[in-house]
Design a protein around this ligand. Sequence first.
Ligand code: GTR
Length: 327
Amino acid sequence: MPYPARILLLGGLLALSGPLALGQETIRIRAADIQDAGYPTVRGMEAMAEQLDRATGGRIRMKIYPGAQLGDERDMLEMTIFGGIDISRTSIAPLNSIAPETSVYSLPFLFRSTEHMRRVLDGPIGDEVLAALEPHGLIGLCYYDAGARSLYNRMRPIRSPADLVGMKVRVMNSEVFVDMISTLGANATPMGFGQVYESLALGAIDAAENNWPSYDASRHFEVAPHYSVTQHVMVPEVLVMSRYRWRKISAQDQALIRRAAKESVPVMRRLWDARVKASRNAMAEAGVAIVDNIDKQPFMDAMRPLYDQYLEDPALKGLAERIRAAP
Ligand code: GTR
């Protein structure tokens, strides 16, 4: 073969093998969320999918399955760990039993404000807690907002912990949440989000707790019309990827996925802030009995033993202290 022809052939082979060598294979990502289409978390993931599409000319395709199509959050996380789902968006609370470091965010009255929470999540502490998921089979990609959670119930206005005594309160599948509600003298009942409406309607539970957008989107207000603005915990949402799948992806593509997730955060937060206001207004218009101006001190005092209990773990103690000291 004459020399120029050999060069041409080599060039052709490189052009063919180049894309594969650089991790250019088409990648399809299945992502799940229990919230319905249009909810800020789902729209955040859509922004991530669009970014991946733009950055790769459609080579990395992320398809989102909202509305609990792939199960409740516990099922989703389990499936993500063994690779049945690639990305899950859940609250970080159901991860508390998987990666103990995440429990710090479930501690009541930890963050002073939305700004404080966002600064912590966006900084080194946030990154450390995300990294703590990896030994458990999950790659923490980013946090989304979930605002502050408050108590709501089907029976009566709640103004103080005493009003809750004896009530059956649904909590997320997290030991910290069970303990938090128990310290208030109520009976904590862990269950998936999808069962809450019916359980309230049937009187199997009396109360639950969540942020305005979830209370609104789930229509729990129809069966539990007393909402008390206790804002007792700000527990963020998280986007986690299957480590099993992650390891099959090139480092370049991993970096693109991480970047697209991080870039979706400000988009999600803008939508979130607007949605909190809109949902609160919608709930007032729907006739919800909103108990505002609650004295939070008795709730803080009642929940204090939780700190003694969980901060016995030196890792959690260190994290909680650093979060409190953070600007
Ligand atoms: C919502 C959150 C869901 C889920 C739900 C719950 O605020 O967006 O991911 O955790 O709360 O209470 O189960």
